[in-house]
Design a protein around this ligand. Structure first.
Ligand code: XMP
Length: 521
């Protein structure tokens, strides 16, 4: 399984023992957020690996199994033999209770979502926190009887034993998930464990992660050549920069300019990576091929398919021209991994399949290099900044794979693309100038398939309509339309109709998601 590993074990490490929870990586990431190094190992790994890690503390993750059944995962004896603080979370708590003489039942009432936790006795874990805490629960089983020598620390309405600790040993357990943002003070609860109980030192830095990843890439790739599809998005850009640091010119990037990028985007990508950072980047100018394939297509899903397929064909053709490529690098990040397989643990459940870069020809037989596979988006961003990728590229709003193709409603033409690029550019430029760019999660212009009448001077103008869209969202699953100031919108609208001759009208999209999606197609 993918892991964060350090060869130099002098730094304090918290081991997260994985029982297959969707949130296992999130636990490790929260610990790293507090600048403490954390490593995930599966619960059934060879014990010598656990012992060699020499952790300052162990967190037992949640998991989808039930300890009420036989042959479900258990905590190996070596964890107890380490004699370091232990924190069981959810399934981790249940198996801890069961193994230490308590009793776990499948509760009548399953608990999913918010719950109010009441802290009933002092514990390091709840130090300096309110006695009532909003927590996030996700469990069917619960501890019915405390194990021997354990005290009760907290309860909820449906889980009377929601937190417990050993009377003498530094062993703690909580039924809720402190690692998710829905739990108030979850980070403090984890810090109470890692600093209060484990006395871990904050000696983990992003630079260590970069050096470590560079070392791992070198070991994996050796003297071979690596290919990467560079899109200019954050994930592929950071992967490119990291690989370049590790293997220099043995990395070749293919950047497909499909003509559906934002204004100046292709030249920015080339300037950043090829000119300034000195990466090998092959640029494929493919606008004409994309336009040809997209001719007369106005169905959104059809457009997506054609754009995706054309991209793969071009990428494949470029890859085949290169000789002796052994590896394909991908900017897969942890949320992509969760989407494809629940998590990398064999205990986790499959959710939905996910494709990052499309099918390369079988005969190429490339092995994958995915150095960001266990990182979250904001960690990837931090890494990108450390690696010298300009802030403006790293902090850009997300941009869909099919690009402006799904923002030109109806058939795509070169002329329409040009109009949309200009309008989008004005909108984004003004958002940045007004310091509003980072107050919204995503903003863009859309070219509508209608024309409207306007007057310019004494002239009647029958021209295109541009819709502006700006949303605020945390996860892009739901979103609120951004309440941008009227004065600002007025200014952007004026600029667009004055500077782009082919536009006579600008409208602002005031729909939230749901029911509307963020993109118009
Ligand atoms: P929707 O429109 O589904 O968008 O509310 C949610 C987020 O996903 C992006 N998006 C896409 N990204 N390929 C992508 O890579 C696509 O086909 C695609 N469609 C939507 C959208 O920009 C937003 O951030």
């Amino acid at each position: 399984m993918s892991k964060l590993s350090v060869s130099n074990k002098k730094i304090d490490t918290i081991l997260v023992l994985d029982f297959g929870s969707q949130y296992t990586q999130l636990i490790a990431r929260r610990i790293r957020e507090s600048d403490v190094y954390s490593e995930i190992l599966p619960w059934d790994i060879d014990e010598s690996k656990i012992i060699n890690l020499n952790p300052k503390g162990v967190i037992l993750s949640g998991g989808p199994n039930s300890v009420t059944e036989s042959y479900t995962p258990r905590i190996p004896q070596c964890i107890f033999d380490l004699a370091v603080p232990i924190l069981g979370i959810c399934y981790g708590m249940q198996t801890l209770a069961e193994q230490m003489g308590g009793h776990v039942i499948s509760a009548d009432q399953k608990e999913f979502g918010h719950s109010e936790l009441e802290v009933v006795s002092e514990s390091i874990i709840f130090k300096n926190l309110n006695k009532k805490i909003n927590v996030w629960m996700s469990h069917g089983d619960q501890v019915q009887d405390l194990p021997d020598d354990f005290n009760l620390n907290a309860s909820t309405a449906t889980a009377p034993i929601a937190a417990m600790e050993h009377k003498d040993l530094p062993i703690y357990a909580i039924q809720f998930h402190p690692e998710v943002t829905h739990t108030d003070d979850g980070q403090k609860i984890l810090e109470n464990f890692i600093f209060g109980a484990c006395k871990a030192k904050t000696d983990w830095k992003m630079n260590d992660l970069i050096s470590e990843r560079v070392k791992e890439i070198k070991e994996q790739v050796q003297d071979n050549k690596v290919l990467l599809g560079l899109s200019g998005g954050v994930d592929s850009s950071v992967t490119a920069a990291l690989l370049h640091k590790a293997i220099g010119k043995k990395l070749t990037c293919v950047f497909v300019d499909n003509g559906l990028l934002r204004k100046n985007e292709a030249s920015q990508v080339m300037q950043t990576f090829a000119d300034n950072m000195n990466l090998n980047v092959i640029k494929s100018d493919s606008e004409d091929i994309f336009l040809r394939h997209l001719k007369s297509i106005d169905d959104p899903e059809q457009k997506r398919k054609v754009i995706g397929r054309t991209f793969i064909d071009i990428f494949d053709a470029e890859a085949i021209k290169l000789k002796d490529i052994k590896f394909l690098a991908q900017g897969t990040i942890y949320p992509d991994v969760i989407e494809s397989s629940g998590s990398e643990s064999k205990e986790a459940r499959v959710i939905k399949s996910h494709h990052n870069v499309g099918g390369l020809p079988d005969e190429m037989k490339l092995d994958l290099v995915e150095p960001l596979r266990d990182l979250f988006k904001d960690e990837v961003r931090r890494m990108g900044l450390e690696l010298g990728i300009p802030k403006e590229m790293i902090e850009r709003h997300p941009f869909p794979g099919p690009g402006l193709g799904v923002r030109i409603i109806g058939e795509i033409t070169k002329e329409k693309t040009k109009i949309l690029q200009e309008a989008d550019h004005i909108f984004i430029e003004e958002l940045i100038k007004a310091d509003l760019y980072h107050t919204v999660s995503q903003a863009f212009a859309v070219l509508l398939p209608v024309k409207s009448v306007g007057v310019v001077g004494d002239e009647r103008r029958y021209a295109e309509v541009i819709a502006l869209r700006a949303v605020e969202t945390v996860d892009f699953m739901t979103a609120r339309w951004a309440h941008l100031p009227f004065k600002f919108l007025e200014h952007v609208s004026n600029r667009i109709v004055n500077e782009i001759e082919d536009v006579s009208r600008v409208v602002y999209d005031i729909s939230s998601k749901p029911p509307a999606t963020i993109e118009w197609e």
